[in-house]
Design a binder for this molecule. Sequence first.
Ligand code: XIL
Length: 371
Amino acid sequence: MGAVIIGKKELKRQQILALDDPHCECIKYPGDKSLKERAAKKKILFGTAIRHPLLSTDKEYARSLIEECSILVSEWGFKWHVYPKPLRPTPQSFDFAAADVMYNFARSHGMKVRGHTLVWYMSLPPWFEKTVNRQNAKDILEKHINTVVGRYRGKMHSWDVVNEAIEPRDGHPNGLRKTPWLEFIGEDYIDLAFRLAHKADPEAMLVYNDYGLVYDRPQDEAKRHAVIKLLKRLKSQGTPIHALGLQAHLDGSETRFNHQILKDFLAQVANLGLKIMVTELDVTDKDLPLDIKVRDRIVAKAYSNYLKVVLEEPAVIAILTWGLNDKHSWLNEFQPRKDGASVRPLPLDAGGKRKFAWNAMARAFDTAPSR
Ligand code: XIL
């Protein structure tokens, strides 16, 4: 007897098809081989964002990272100001305690490390607003990048140099998001950040990272267009940019997924000579029915649909999820379910058990063309 699926009435046609697909690659467990091993066979890196305080308090969490991942990024430690110890306590000081915990854990287990993120409009320290202005913003940015990137010179796989700089709804002629950096330095802040990062570490791969580039929706299309325009402009002026980071925060209840549109976008990026990384992959189930079997299958199908298209693009070199285990997903805080049920957006459940989403990712790596 197949899984008894309830809650179908709330589902859209595509989702019911996903559930009824007897060949859904997410149901049958594909064996114990880890995600990093499967990805490595195709010369792809698999990893995730980690919450560094858990490395010492949750041994099972640490074990699963070692088992599944070949590259790590810190969810908090390399940002200007995030829980629990900010990297930038004051305008003059740096505290690398959090960053070093993740860095040392990763390197001690033979994993690569990526830095996230040098220039963003969020997670800025309390002193930023009353301190930074048109006169000093460039110097503050230069000091930050030189100090942070310089500290790990020659040791980082890649850096998200600039994060989320595009927002067409802000009305800028080039679709730039209205941020303090744009206000105080002008639109050349992006080029400046990349040049500073490249000077501080000529070996690191330098990435522009953004979200909302997935679906066949007007806002996604506008953003894809503005991102391509930005990348073309940066390449034309010789900016040392090497890759586009796709955050890929997917929505399990979104059915406007057009594989050809995504495929064409990735090809446009690759044709600029850029590599592509999926940097923050997860699938929100906040609007899916309560039934876990229903949710898990639709979430897994979303992973499967997305990764099938993405991994067909040879320029894609890495896939990172934004968390590995449902218990520690940012979506518990950022996109909780109205019914109060725990969210299930990631490959492992709260107890660290592999889910249908893990099966789907494993199959995606197994069937992907090699780089
Ligand atoms: C989020 C973290 O997951 C949260 O814990 C933190 O409070 C805020 O930042 N896109 C990004 C990430 O590039 O840096 C964000 O991370 C999630 C959205």
